[in-house]
Design a protein around this ligand. Sequence first.
Ligand SMILES: [Zn+2]
Length: 346
Amino acid sequence: MVTIVSSKVFMMMHIPWYGHPENPKRIAMVVNAVEKVGYDVQWEKYVQGQDEGLKIAEKMHVKGYIDYLKRMKNKAPCELDPDTYFVWDTLDLALFALKLSYEASLCARRSNDIYLVLLRPPGHHAGRAGKALGAPTQGFCILNNAAAATIGFLEQGYRRIVVLDVDIHCGNGTEEIFYGRNDVLNIDIHRDPADFYPFICFPEQIGKSRGEGYVVNLLLPPRAGDDIFLKLIEVVETIVTSYSPEALVVSLGLDGYLDDGLSDARLTGASYYTVGSLIKKLGLPTVILLEGGYSRGLECGVNAFLDGISGRRIRFKRKTATPVLLLKEYLGIARDIIRMIGWLEK
Ligand SMILES: [Zn+2]
């Protein structure tokens, strides 16, 4: 059973003063898309005063960073970096999004309790102190919503959590926050960062100390289609099953959808449907949080994803990569696995 949660304030606050892909229209678009195919949205009321949100933020961000955000409120409108705008109500909305993400993990108690929170600003690039693992910017993110849901599960006593990030950009913030832990397995499928934002999260980055081996970065080559993505989902299923997780957090980025705008990926409904089907098959208490997605992905991608979760039988025509690209990818997967093994054997 999937419960879709959102709030009207995501369409009314944190408005850029210049043309920016991360804007309130995104939520209107994704909500329209899900309502059009018959899903109900549970609307959450915005609560003024974000003390609760601040307490949650302190669980995954350093105090200095939270204080910095509070100070920036007085300087707004401004930019935290060339990607990330900040207006007078940005922090309030980010704290509210964080609170909804955390509370969703408290509600998802039984197997198959699935909560999809349609929120903004996205969070997966936000690390402990903002920019994470050496990324050049925070990539539109303020506070880490996926980390909030994960911590919510951990606090309830769940011992093995999988964070699956399918945004086309790596969730470097989430990886950084749990980099030294073995009770959170972070699996991230993203476009090869050699020449793509955030330019980090390569296969050999596998976590550290106790967390070594609990970060898995799976790369999509340039212009990857559904066939390559689906191969990686098979790898994900194998890894997740062997870990036997007790709960699941999904960073749902829809920006890998064909012509969504910010990447060269050519994913279509087949990919997102399969992610949804995998979530249904795993049958875990699950919180899904919206990350990226800027145009077509928010309409077509989300509905294919929900079809997968609902178990509707749909056959998609897959967008395939060229044979040369496909061969390159298979060689690439083999190379990445060899690189990971090399690191594990050190
Ligand atoms: Zn993204």
